[in-house]
Design a protein around this ligand. Structure first.
Ligand code: PEP
Ligand code: MG
Length: 816
C-alpha cells in the first residue's frame, strides 16, 4: 500500500507530492512545511520508502499520491534523488492524459523547495508559481553563504507611487522561515503587488509573495525592512504588514533579549494589559458572631460549601494535575469533619466550627519537626480559607496595588468583585474562555488570557507582565523593544475602538448590503444600560438567573415584571429577549432542591428543569406576557432537546396569555436556544413552532466536543470554531430556511474572527457582551458575505478549530 500523508482537504489549491527514498525523511519534511502554513488547506501527499524503515521509491505509489493531491489546479512533485526522479518520471507516464498535463516535476531541493512551495500554495499561487518557488528554494541559503543566488535577480526598484512603510523586525532570530511565511501568507491575501527590502543592508527589492526570495534579504533582529505596494489593495497590504511586524509576525517567543519567558495562553477577553504581577492575597476573613440556626441547617451549610469547593478544586486539579490532590483529600478528612460535626452539634455555627477545627489541624502540622510535613500546614490553611469564603460568600480576589492579576482560576463572585481601576488585566493559569467568570471579565472590559499553565503562578509579585487578551500572548519581564511594540499595538487597538465607538449606534450592514443585528447579553439592568451605551440593537439574551440565585425564595411575578421592564427601559423600546430560567443540576436553587446528579451538565437543566417546576415557569411566562404588552419581547427556552418540550412550553405560554387576558401581545416572538447537538440537527422539525432560534455556542460546543465548558484542561478543545460545531450551526441555518431568524448568543458571537464565518453560514443576529457590540458591528461591516461563504466552505473541511483560526480571513476588509 502506498503510504499517505493525510492533510486538510481543500478545493482550488495546488497539491504537493513528496517523493523520497525515506518515509521518515518525507514525513519530517511535511511536518516542517505544516509548521510554516499553520493548518492551511494545502493537500500534501507522500510517496516514500517501501515501508516505515526500508528505503525505496515506487512509481505506482507516486501516481496514487498525485491523484490524491490533485484538486484540479495542478500538482507539483518534489523528489530527492536518483531513482526517486526516475520513478516520478515513470509515474507521470502512467497518469491519465488530463491529469498528466497538470503535473510538474520540480528540480528544486526537497526540504527547502517543499517549504517554499507549501507557503506559496497556501497563499493561492498557481501551479507554475508554486514550482518556481520550489525551484528557488536554495536562494536564501546561497545568499547567506555568499554564492550565486538561484531565481530571477531582477525584482524591480521598488520605487513608484504606491504606499510604503518601514518596519523594524523585533523577532529574536530575525525574519527566519516561520515569520517570513506569515509575511508571505499575508502579502498574498491582498489584491496588491507587495515588495520588501532590507533597508539595513541596502538589499534589492524582492516580492513579498516569495518565501525563497525573502530568505535572501538576511533580515536580522532589529533590522529595518521597507515595504512598498501597488494595486487596488496596496494601502491595506502595507497597513496589514506594519501591524504584522508590530505583532512580531505572530511569533509567540519574546522579541528580544534580555527578558523573561513568553507564554501562550488562550485569548479570553480583548485588550492589552501591562503592569506588575499581582497575586491574589487573602485578606483576613471576618467571621461574624451570628447565632447558629440549629445543627441540621449548619451542617447543611458545611455540606453545600464542601460540594462547591470540591467542584472548584476538581476543576483546578484537572488542569494542574496533582497540585490540588492534598486539598481535595483534606475535604474528606474524617477526623477533621468529625470535629466540625461535634462543634456544630454542641451549638456552634458552621463558620466558627470550621475555622476552629482547621486551625487545630494546621497547628498540629506546624508543630512537626519534618520540614515537608510542617509545610502541609499551608495546605490546610488554604483549604480552610477557601471553605470559609464559600460559607460566607466572600470572594478571595483581593489584590493589593494595581497591575496584572495572576491566579489559578477565578470564581464568578471573584471576577465580579475585581476593581477595573486596579486590575489592568487578568492572567489565569487555568480557566476557560466560556466559563461564567471569564464571561464576566469580558462584560466588565478587563483584558484576560486563560490557560497559561501553572508556571504563571510562579511569576513573582511585582514582575512586569504584559498580555494581549485578543491573541493569548503573555510576556513576562518583557524587553523595552517588545514593550514598545505592544504599546504600539495597544494604540492601534484604541484607535480602532474609538472608530468603532463613533458609529456603534448605526446598524451593522455587510459590504454587500445585508443587515446583521448586533445585540447584547445581559444579566442585570446595569448591564442593559451599558448595552444601550455601546449601541446594542437589542438585548439578545437576558440571563434571568440573576434574579433567582442567592436568595431563599423565588421572585414573584411583579418582581420579575419590574426587572424586565427596567431592562427594556434602558433599551428605549428596542427588543429584549427574555430567556426562561436556566438553572439545574450544576446551578441548584436553594429553595427548590434538585436530586444530586452524576452528570449535572447532562441532567435536569434549563427547560427540562422549569417544565418539572410548572409553578415557577408559569409565573415567569406571566411576567413576560405583561411586559410584552408594552415593548417588543422575544421569549426563549434554553436547553431544548425535543419538539415535545417546545409544544408543552408553548401550551403554558397560551395559558399565561389567557390568565392575563387581552390575547397574545403583538410584539411577542417565541424561540428556542439551540444548545443540544440533536436539536441543531433537527432544526427543521422545530421551525413550525418558533419565530427564531438562538444558538448557545457555549453549551453547544461542550456537548458537541464532549468537553465540559468550565474544565480548564479542555479549554483548547472546547473552541466554538471547531468545524464540528460550525457544521451544527450550518445544519440549523439550512434546516430552518428564511422564515426563522437564526441568532448566535454564545461567546463565539463576540469573537471577531468568527463573525465572517457565522454570517457566511446564514446567521443574521449576534448577541455579545455589551462592550463587544461596537467591535462586532465593525467586523460585520468588514464582511463580504459571498467571499465569507466561500471561506466558510473551506472552514467546514478543516480538521480542527486551530486550522480554522489559521485560515486567511478572506471576506473581510482587513484580510489577515
Ligand atoms: C450558551 O450556552 O451559549 C449560552 C448563551 O448560555 P449560557 O452561557 O448562559 O449557558
Ligand atoms: Mg447555555
Amino acid at each position: 500500500m502506498r503510504p499517505r500523508q493525510c492533510s486538510a482537504r481543500a478545493e482550488g489549491v495546488v497539491g504537493l507530492v513528496v517523493v523520497s527514498h525515506s518515509r521518515a525523511l518525507a514525513r519530517a519534511a511535511v511536518g516542517l512545511a505544516a509548521e510554516m502554513i499553520r493548518g492551511a488547506a494545502v493537500p500534501i501527499e507522500i510517496a516514500a520508502g517501501v515501508d516505515d524503515t526500508a528505503f525505496g521509491t515506487d512509481a505506482v505509489a507516486i501516481t496514487e499520491a498525485v491523484a490524491a493531491a490533485d484538486r484540479g489546479d495542478g500538482v507539483v512533485v518534489l523528489m530527492d534523488l536518483g531513482s526517486a526522479v526516475l520513478s516520478a518520471e515513470l509515474a507521470v507516464e502512467l497518469l491519465a492524459d488530463d491529469l498528466r498535463e497538470r503535473v510538474v516535476l520540480c528540480a528544486g531541493p526537497l526540504v527547502e523547495g517543499l517549504l517554499a512551495a507549501a507557503v506559496a500554495a497556501a497563499g493561492g499561487a498557481g501551479r507554475d508559481e508554486v514550482a518556481a518557488e520550489a525551484d528557488a528554494g536554495l536562494a536564501g541559503k546561497q545568499s547567506q553563504l555568499g554564492g550565486p543566488v538561484a531565481g530571477a535577480p531582477d525584482t524591480g526598484s521598488g520605487k513608484g507611487d504606491g504606499p510604503s512603510a518601514t518596519v523594524t523586525v523585533l523577532n529574536r532570530h530575525g525574519l527566519h522561515a516561520r515569520p517570513a511565511a506569515r509575511l508571505v501568507t499575508l502579502a498574498r491575501s491582498f489584491d496588491a503587488e507587495v515588495r520588501v527590502r532590507n533597508a539595513e543592508t541596502g538589499s534589492p527589492w524582492v516580492p513579498a509573495s516569495s518565501l525563497s526570495r525573502i530568505a535572501t534579504l538576511g533580515v536580522l533582529h532589529g533590522h529595518r525592512m521597507q515595504v512598498r505596494a501597488s494595486g487596488p489593495q496596496a494601502r491595506a497590504a502595507v497597513e496589514g504588514i506594519v501591524a504584522l511586524a508590530g505583532r512580531a509576525f505572530d511569533e509567540t517567543e519574546p522579541a528580544a533579549e534580555p527578558e523573561g519567558p513568553a507564554a501562550q495562553g488562550r485569548a479570553a477577553s480583548p485588550g492589552i494589559a501591562i503592569g506588575p504581577a499581582r497575586h491574589l492575597s487573602s485578606a483576613p476573613l471576618d467571621i461574624p458572631d451570628r447565632p447558629a440556626r440549629g445543627p441540621a441547617q449548619e451542617w447543611q451549610r458545611i455540606d453545600d460549601a464542601l460540594a462547591s469547593v470540591r467542584q472548584d478544586l476538581a476543576k483546578l486539579r484537572a488542569g494542574a494535575g496533582s497540585i490540588f490532590d492534598a486539598h481535595l483529600l483534606l475535604l474528606d478528612d474524617a477526623d477533621l469533619l468529625a470535629e466540625v460535626r461535634s462543634r456544630i452539634d454542641a451549638g456552634e455555627a458552621a463558620p466558627p466550627a470550621w475555622a476552629a477545627a482547621t486551625a487545630r489541624v494546621a497547628g498540629e502540622f506546624e508543630a512537626l519537626a519534618d520540614p515537608y510535613l510542617k509545610a502541609r500546614a499551608a495546605d490546610v490553611r488554604a483549604v480552610a480559607d477557601q471553605m470559609l469564603r464559600a460559607l460566607l460568600g466572600v470572594p478571595a480576589a483581593v489584590t493589593r496595588g494595581s497591575g496584572v492579576l495572576i491566579a489559578a482560576d477565578l470564581t464568578p463572585a471573584e471576577a465580579a468583585a475585581l476593581d477595573p481601576g486596579q486590575v489592568a488585566g487578568v492572567l489565569l493559569a487555568f480557566g476557560s474562555p466560556t466559563a461564567h467568570s471569564v464571561i464576566l471579565l469580558r462584560t466588565r472590559g478587563i483584558p484576560a488570557v486563560v490557560g497559561a499553565g501553572p508556571a504563571a503562578l510562579e511569576v513573582a509579585d511585582g514582575t512586569p507582565v504584559a498580555l494581549d487578551g485578543s491573541t493569548g500572548e503573555v510576556l513576562v519581564a518583557p524587553s523595552e523593544a517588545a514593550l514598545a511594540a505592544l504599546r504600539e499595538r495597544a494604540r492601534g487597538q484604541a484607535a480602532r475602538r474609538e472608530q468603532a465607538a463613533g458609529r456603534a449606534s448605526a446598524p451593522a450592514v455587510t459590504r454587500d448590503g445585508v443587515p446583521v443585528a448586533v445585540g447584547a447579553n445581559v444579566g442585570s439592568a446595569a448591564e442593559a444600560r451599558a448595552a444601550a451605551e455601546h449601541g446594542a440593537d437589542l438585548i439578545g439574551l437576558i440571563r434571568t438567573e440573576f434574579l433567582f440565585l442567592d436568595r431563599d425564595a423565588a421572585p414573584g411575578v411583579e418582581e420579575q415584571e419590574a426587572a424586565w421592564r427596567e431592562i427594556a427601559q434602558a433599551l428605549g423600546g428596542r427588543r429584549i429577549t427574555v430567556r426562561t430560567l436556566d438553572v439545574g443540576g450544576d446551578k441548584p436553587l436553594r429553595y427548590l432542591p434538585a436530586p444530586v446528579e452524576q452528570n449535572p451538565f447532562l441532567g435536569v437543566r434549563g427547560l427540562r428543569y422549569t417544565l418539572r417546576h410548572p409553578g415557577l415557569l408559569a409565573d415567569q411566562l406571566l411576567a413576560v406576557v405583561r411586559v410584552a404588552r408594552d415593548v417588543p419581547v422575544s421569549l426563549m427556552f434554553p436547553m431544548v432537546s425535543t419538539v415535545d418540550e417546545v409544544v408543552h412550553a408553548r401550551r403554558m405560554l397560551d395559558e399565561a396569555v389567557a390568565r392575563q387576558g387581552g390575547g397574545e401581545p403583538a410584539g411577542l416572538r417565541v424561540g428556542i436556544m439551540v444548545e443540544v447537538p440533536a436539536a441543531a440537527l433537527k432544526a427543521a422539525a422545530f421551525a413550525p413552532y418558533v419565530d427564531f432560534m438562538s444558538i448557545g455556542t457555549n453549551d453547544l460546543t461542550q456537548y458537541a466536543l464532549a468537553a465540559e465548558r468550565g474544565n480548564p484542561a479542555l479549554a483548547a478543545l472546547a473552541d466554538g470554531l471547531d468545524p464540528g460545531v460550525l457544521r451544527l450551526i450550518e445544519a440549523v441555518c439550512r434546516g430552518v430556511g428564511e422564515r426563522v431568524t437564526v441568532a448566535v448568543c454564545g461567546e463565539l458571537a463576540g469573537d471577531e474572527a468568527a463573525v465572517p464565518l457565522l454570517t457566511g453560514l446564514g446567521v443574521r443576529e449576534l448577541s455579545v457582551a455589551p462592550r463587544s457590540v461596537p467591535a462586532v458591528k465593525e467586523a460585520v461591516r468588514a464582511t463580504d458575505l459571498a467571499t465569507a461563504a466561500a471561506t466558510t466552505r473551506v472552514a467546514l473541511e478543516m480538521p480542527d478549530a486551530a486550522a480554522v483560526r489559521a485560515l486567511p480571513r478572506r471576506g473581510t476588509a482587513n484580510e489577515c
